[in-house]
Design a protein around this ligand. Structure first.
Ligand SMILES: [Zn+2]
Length: 269
């Protein structure tokens, strides 16, 4: 059977189309593969864990699944504070801390939420002490002057550094996630109360100082060493003989212009 010229041309065209199709498939497939790669690279990071109390069944990321919650973790309940567990803090140097939480808020007995702004990274035992201090001392003190506590200002929490940011000084309790610097309190009315402001009612600040010194082993404020004129440092440092430091001068207006002390020794807090 003789194949006509036209037919040959058509057959040739079909062959071309087939070759083109194969090429298209290769290009398409290759393209998808590239897209797939790009998509893999652009995959979103895992969502942050919701703020919830960890349990033995759902150990926080980065911790071994068999790690049971600490006694502190069990005491720091969702009724007391919003304080999700964090993976252990690793270095540099001595700054290694386990049983860490992010203290986001404290719940008062009357279900009022007191935010920690910004949230503070603290060891569980210290966060627990702060939560009780806010709930049992600070909020009632604020209530006694007719206010409603809304938030406390976290000026510094975990920070791997020497004392008073002096390089080479002994590790600050901040490096152990065992300290919190607080500058002010914010009330529901919007009023901000600076703890070291001499214009704030003296009785109120005296009460806060007395309570803080009863709960924490170190309280440093104005008059302590020149590094705490605008905030109050709280920590739970353990000292030989149970020694405590309570150095916060509750000043009156006019008393604040105290000259700074001479440079401090490197081993002071
Ligand atoms: Zn401090």
């Amino acid at each position: 059977m003789e194949v006509g010229r036209d037919k040959v041309a058509i057959l040739a065209d079909i062959a071309k189309v087939k070759a083109l199709s194969v090429l298209l498939v290769v290009v398409t497939f290759g393209g998808s593969a590239l897209c797939g790669l790009a998509a893999a690279e652009a995959l979103p990071l895992p969502r942050p864990r919701p703020p919830q109390i960890s349990t033995a069944e759902s150990a926080p990321e980065g911790m071994t699944e068999e790690a049971a919650p600490s006694a502190c973790r069990l005491r720091l309940t969702a009724e007391l504070a919003e304080a999700p567990s964090l993976p252990p803090l690793i270095g540099p140097g001595e700054c290694n801390v386990g049983d860490v939480v992010r203290l986001e808020a404290v719940w008062l007995v009357d279900k009022t939420r007191v935010a920690v702004t910004p949230p503070a990274i603290l060891r569980c035992s210290f966060a627990e002490a702060v939560a009780h201090w806010v709930r049992e001392d600070v909020a009632p003190a604020v209530r006694s002057v007719g206010g409603v506590l809304r938030s406390i200002d976290n000026f510094a929490a975990y920070d791997c550094r020497g004392r008073n940011r002096i390089i080479g000084a002994r590790l600050s309790e901040h490096g152990r996630a065992n300290a919190l610097d607080i500058r002010s309190l914010k009330l529901a009315s919007g009023t901000v109360i600076e703890l070291t402001d001499p214009r704030v009612a003296k009785d109120f600040r005296e009460r806060l100082r007395k309570n803080a010194c009863a709960r924490f082993t170190t309280v440093l404020g104005p008059g302590s060493d020149g590094y705490h004129e605008n905030h109050v440092h709280l920590d739970l440092a353990e000292r030989r003989g149970g020694h405590r430091m309570c150095q916060w001068d509750v000043r009156e207006p006019g008393e604040e212009a105290v000259p700074l002390p001479p440079p401090r020794p490197a081993d002071a807090p």
